[in-house]
Design a binder for this molecule. Structure first.
Ligand code: NAD
Length: 376
């Protein structure tokens, strides 16, 4: 099979794939024709995602660095401070957090807490005058998304979602295929984002008060996102179904959901998300061929192929790329690839899916402005 490299496919795409600099843990970014301050990021919530993905990625970033931590677990303070050379003055707990407003070394607060805590900490960060990155799902409901967006706007700070895939080369290629109609018009998209949960039945993801929902608000967000970037449009309707096979484990939250979308240009999409089934794929059938990613939304490595050949792009930490892209948005006014409106749009779709399920699969109309929530 022919290999389509990122550089060979599109020069524009290759633009962002420059050599990874050896990141020094220092607040000055050098090169690229100018020296400038690296943005200081404070991670709020030091669980699995911060520990194994974000903090290591922040050792590789060129435009931001791990400057501070906010944790509710005192034992983590020392180990993180030692490992990442974080000064005592940049360590906060949930109570002392608001004092971060007086800390000039912290520019961005990255909220990586259970979903029920996103809105509170994103709003407190904005009120402290800090730019905000919020993990997905943005909040527990659309009203919380609106409150976060308003707080950031009122306080003049930037807001980005932790949607790492928008900075990732395979996903960027999909968006480019759609924009350029490389394979003609997209007719049908199948998107799946799911894993099998067997762990602690008391984890917060299975507790509706902390998570806001089950598979749909977790992996389902990726399946919704993929249906949108693989068609290049916001959906005009959705109908959904829920399946439950392990009710003793999934007591409060959804286990498996399928949903069908209609798009204004005529494309249709079918998505599946689950906490009981393993699947991670995006496939699009078009008038002049097809493209697919499999896996489509895991961390590296992603893989993809098209009716014209295999895709072969450079694999780097998605989180590194994502946080540098947000830093470039703040520092140089480059496009915000995953703005707050994108998080709100996805929550509007999540709510429509839950409504459809509650109404026995009845089709729900969605009324988005064209491109509402699309990033730059
Ligand atoms: P986790 O369970 O590993 O960590 C949660 C953290 O929150 C822990 O440090 C815990 O101490 C703290 N916490 C504070 N109050 C808590 C409470 N009442 N109950 C439980 N924990 C509490 O979770 P995680 O996997 O790090 O996920 C955190 C956020 O990041 C979630 O919103 C999740 O959706 C998101 N996430 C995003 C990605 C991605 O690829 N973008 C990947 C994983 C997680």
């Amino acid at each position: 099979m022919t290999k389509i490299t990122r550089r060979g496919f599109n020069k524009k795409l290759a633009k962002g794939a420059g050599g990874a600099a050896l990141a020094l843990h220092m607040p000055l970014a050098c090169g690229m024709g100018q020296d400038h301050k690296k943005l200081g990021i404070a991670l709020v919530g030091l669980g699995g995602y911060s520990t194994y993905q974000l903090a290591p990625a922040l050792e590789q970033t060129q435009h931001c660095y791990l400057a501070g931590i906010v944790t509710g677990t005192p034992a983590k303070e020392r180990s993180w401070a030692n490992k990442y050379r974080i000064p005592e003055s940049n360590i906060y707990n949930y109570q002392s957090f608001d004092a971060i407003k007086d800390n000039a070394e912290i520019d961005v607060v990255y909220v990586v807490l259970p979903n029920s805590m996103h809105a509170e900490f994103a709003i407190r960060a904005a009120e402290a005058g800090k730019h905000v990155i919020c993990e997905k799902p943005m909040g527990m409901n659309v009203a919380e998304c609106d409150a976060i967006i308003k707080a950031c706007s009122d306080n003049g700070v930037k807001l980005g979602m932790g949607y790492r895939l928008h900075s990732e080369p395979y996903t960027k290629a999909v968006k480019e295929f759609v924009r350029e109609k490389t394979f003609g018009e997209v007719l049908y998209v199948a998107s799946e984002a799911a894993y099998r949960s067997m762990g602690n039945p008391n984890q917060w993801r299975l507790n509706k008060n902390l998570s806001g929902g089950g598979a749909l608000v977790n992996m389902g967000v990726y399946a919704i996102q993929a249906a949108i970037y693989a068609t290049g449009e916001n959906p005009v309707s959705v109908a959904a179904q829920e399946f439950s096979t392990r009710p003793e484990y999934f007591k409060e939250t959804d286990e498996t959901i399928t949903a069908q979308f209609e798009f204004p240009g005529g494309a249709i999409a079918n998505m599946m998300t689950s906490h009981n089934i393993r699947a991670n794929r995006l496939h699009a059938e078009c008038t002049k061929g097809w493209f697919e990613l499999d896996p489509a939304s895991t961390y590296i490595p992603l893989a993809g192929r098209t009716s014209r050949g295999e895709l072969n792009f450079r694999q780097e930490s998605q989180q590194k790329l994502q946080m540098d892209d947000f830093a470039k948005h703040v520092l140089f006014d480059e496009p915000n690839l995953a703005p707050g409106e994108m998080g709100k749009r996805d929550m509007l779709i999540v709510e429509a899916i839950y409504t459809s399920i509650a109404e026995d699969g009845k089709k729900q109309t969605l009324n988005f402005e064209p491109n509402f929530g699309f990033g730059g």
